[in-house]
Design a binder for this molecule. Structure first.
Ligand SMILES: Nc1ncnc2c1ncn2[C@@H]1O[C@H](COP(=O)(O)OP(=O)(O)O[C@H]2O[C@H](CO)[C@@H](O)[C@H](O)[C@H]2O)[C@@H](O)[C@H]1O
Length: 784
């Protein structure tokens, strides 16, 4: 049999289920002498998720313009077709077609049978679960085993054996399998099966697959390119005329006009069945599947150990949501104090900062499926209550040391006995404090062919703080001279200066910011704080993802700060009594008159220009003319702290100004207040309004950034919306909105309860955001 060997590009469309694939082969430029044969899909990779992928297919095939494609995944039996013309007249075209269709039917029947088996086994597992296994929170270990459970069930016993004998896998503390260095999976060639006959082809591929680890199989499947949008796919599809198969007397019995019809119809059937199987059983958690990566989030703060604001919350909770999806996730953060639950690893390293050798040691804890690694050095010890304290150069040196050490954590710190390694790895850096990390990754490693497969994503939580300084500050960051261009920025206020955020934004593979609204605002001269030009230029790699909330920590049902001093936990069902009890407890704790009917307003936040506390200050004379109580919790600018104290002493029967940082009070105020004020001048996302809504507390917000994205204005005609918004940061606008809010509170109880109910029943969890972060991470991974 004459066989031809070559290579052609293909596009692949996945159906959203990693066990099935619909492949459409685009072979416009294909020139070969086709003869039915086999195809080596050695470059065949797919995302495993809904979407599109592309790749290059090396083939050896023959006959009749038909290709029988085999993926490296044993569960993929995809048919494609080529536009090649046949010169071989030995076999009739129709026979070949018929044979191919029969073969595909057999494969599909097999898949159907396997899906049935999955359904049965799932039922069995869930009945065992419900009878004997106590419910546990998703841990890394359990997530990973879930991730592969379908595939295990789909595979034969050999494949299970294959999964069990992973060379690079280790055990994490939870007993789950963790995959270390994925780099080899990209470097290792997928075995060539081009020379096998079609009948033996599948078996051969399966044999070869059994030699690969899941990491390798998974990596080999992956080739997601975000640029490859549906539009592009459609265009290419339109360019490629569908291959009409002429009906002859022999083919007249065929129901389908084209092979594509046959395939699509059959596959659709199986996809539907697979969906039905899913819906019959318990809905599985959303998992990264083949997209599972090693992820290291680096931040200057991380709750509950260190927190000055929303960044700490995000660093403490986003990683857990990523781990629940099946990623191996680490958080790296400085060790500012002695934390009870963390242990020293014994690993010591030295890094140069401003010409001086500095030693760091690493501490570690494994909590909720996440490895928390704390970098210890005298440079930031005892800064618990002042983590951004010191002068500009002090802070800069701390960030230099932290970023240098964080970049090498995946090599040096064994978590659960196994280092993360630098393959299949992405760093998530946060704000200017860790914006040097993407730069170091490039300058120290990738420029020298090291960490070739490591990627970085930089998250903008607040563009107002940028790590600015005179150009000479470049000497502190210890980089090759030509890197200075990344840092140099000119703006009318600062003139030519050194800007760390600017360099990070340019060097990162992807940029995320914490809402869609803020992603847009960042590109304006008002919202970009001098970096709008750079953000504009890098718009292609920017994405807005609205923060979630930790629904265990910030949940009135489980809130540990509501279990004493007269407070109580509550749910939507017990909202009425529970919230009143919390309100009474708060009034009592703060020494305010305990009154059920008076609207209790609250503000929680950093006291600085961003939070619009001055608008509240200007509105206070109007407020004090109303029958309201106001509680303000904050710390920050000394003049604003003084203002809080002053308001309290002037209106002691109505106002409390709590100056300080108290997580307990933040929770109690959120539970006890009726209304939360957030008149922020700008707000990238804002977490307090999300917490408030989850506690049945109604937000009144300036419609800006993430506040606009998350607080839909109340519409009394449709009884929709979540709170009150005002369009510009002006006191009279705040007063208008608050006036309407108070009117509704007093006179329209049902509308009020509707607002509370809608707020409390939203899905504010991190799961949705984590899925979007995963898309960004995968896009970064396949970006060169
Ligand atoms: N005195 C105090 N005592 C106790 N707790 C206090 C407190 N002051 C503030 N907090 C807490 O700190 C957090 C503040 O988070 P925010 O998101 O509202 O603002 P922040 O501006 O810090 O965060 C930045 O990053 C986050 C995360 O991306 C973005 O949501 C936000 O828009 C952006 O400005 C909340 O958990 C709040 O309860």
């Amino acid at each position: 049999m004459m066989a031809s060997v070559g290579s052609l590009p293909f596009l692949v469309e996945t159906n959203g289920d990693s066990t099935l694939l619909m492949m459409i082969l685009h072979s416009r430029n294909l020139k070969f002498s086709p003869k039915l044969g086999t195809v080596n899909a050695s470059s065949f990779e797919y995302s495993g998720a809904r979407g599109f992928g592309r790749g290059r297919l090396n083939y050896r095939c023959g006959s009749r313009g038909l290709l029988y494609l085999m993926g490296n995944n044993r569960h993929i039996r995809a048919l494609g077709k080529s536009s090649g013309t046949s010169e071989d007249k030995d076999e009739s075209e129709d026979d070949v077609l018929q044979a191919t269709i029969e073969k595909s039917k057999k494969v599909l029947a097999l898949q159907r049978e396997l899906l049935q088996q999955i359904a049965e086994r799932k039922k069995l597992v869930s009945s065992i679960d419900s009878e004997s296994i106590p419910e546990t929170e998703g841990t890394q270990g359990s997530s990973i085993s879930n991730e592969y459970s379908d595939e295990n069930l789909l595979s034969d016993s050999n494949s299970r054996k294959g999964f069990a004998s992973i060379g690079s896998a280790g055990e994490n503390q939870n007993g789950g399998i963790v995959f270390s260095n994925f780099v080899h999976s990209r470097e290792k060639e997928i075995p060539d099966v081009s020379s096998v006959d079609i009948d033996e082809g599948f078996d051969k591929v399966e044999e070869e697959e059994d030699k690969l680890s899941p990491a390798e199989i998974s990596s080999s499947r992956l080739y997601v390119n975000e640029q490859l949008s549906n539009k592009r796919y459609e265009t290419i599809k339109a360019d490629t005329p569908p291959i009409e198969i002429k009906k002859s007397a022999k083919t007249s019995s065929l129901k389908y006009e084209t092979l594509e019809d046959v395939l699509e119809s059959n596959l659709r059937e199986v996809v539907n069945e697979s969906n039905n199987v899913e819906s019959e059983g318990e809905k599985p958690p959303p998992l990264a599947g083949a997209n599972a990566m090693n992820v290291i989030l680096a931040a200057a703060e991380c709750a509950p150990w260190s927190k000055t604001g929303g960044l700490g919350d995000v660093a403490g909770s986003l990683p857990k949501a990523l781990a629940r999806r099946g990623h191996r996730v680490m958080v790296v953060v400085p060790r500012y104090g002695n934390y009870a639950e963390v242990q020293e690893t014994g690993v010591r390293k030295r890094y140069k900062v401003d010409g001086q050798d500095m030693e760091v040691t690493f501490f570690q804890a494994y909590i909720d499926g996440v490895d928390f690694v704390f970098i210890d050095s005298p440079i930031w010890r005892h800064l618990d209550n002042n983590i951004y304290g010191g002068n500009r150069v002090d802070i800069l040196k701390r960030m230099v040391l932290f970023c240098k050490a964080a970049a090498e954590v995946p090599w040096h710190v064994p978590c659960g006995g196994v280092c993360y390694g630098d393959g299949n790895l992405a760093f998530i850096a946060n704000d200017w404090h860790t914006a040097l990390l993407p730069v170091y990754l490039k300058a120290y490693y990738r420029d020298h062919g090291v960490m070739k497969y490591t990627r970085s994503v930089l998250v903008i939580h607040n563009i107002a703080h940028q790590g600015r300084g005179p150009v000479e500050d470049f000497n502190y960051v210890d980089l090759p001279e030509h890197y200075i261009d990344l840092f140099k920025l000119y703006d009318p206020i600062g003139g030519e200066h050194f800007n760390i955020f600017a360099a990070g934004l340019k060097a990162a593979d992807r940029i995320v910011t914490v809402s869609h609204g803020y992603a847009w605002e960042l590109k304006t001269s008002e919202g970009g704080w001098g970096l709008h030009g750079i953000i504009h230029e890098n718009d292609w790699k920017l994405r807005g993802i609205v923060n979630g909330i930790d629904t265990k920590d910030w949940n009135p049902r489980f809130d540990v700060h509501l279990t004493s001093d007269g407070y109580t936990n509550y749910t939507l069902e017990t909202l009425h009594s529970g919230k009143h009890q919390c309100k009474a407890a708060l009034q009592k704790e703060l020494g305010l008159p305990v009154r059920k009917d008076v609207p209790l307003l609250a503000f929680i936040g950093r006291l600085d220009q961003q939070k619009g506390i001055d608008l509240i200050a200007e509105a206070i004379p109007w407020m004090m003319g109303q029958d309201v109580q106001l509680v303000m919790l904050g710390t920050g600018r000394p003049d604003l702290e003084q203002m809080l104290r002053q308001f309290e002493s002037q209106h002691h029967d109505k106002i409390r100004g709590w100056v300080g940082f108290s997580v307990k009070m933040a929770h109690r105020i959120t539970a006890g207040a009726d209304i939360l004020l957030m008149p922020s001048r700008f707000e990238p996302c804002g977490l307090n309004q999300l917490y408030a809504m989850n506690y049945g507390t109604i937000p009144v917000v300036h419609a800006v950034g993430g506040l606009r994205d998350t607080v839909k204005p109340f519409n009394p005609f449709e009884e929709s919306g979540l709170g009150w918004t005002f369009g510009s940061a002006e006191t009279n606008k705040l007063i208008d909105a608050l006036g309407n809010c108070l009117l509704t509170y007093r006179n329209y109880k049902e509308s009020w309860e509707g607002l509370q109910q809608r707020g409390m029943t939203q899905d504010l969890s991190w799961d949705n955001a984590a899925q979007q972060y995963e898309e960004v991470l995968v896009a970064a991974k396949f970006q060169w």
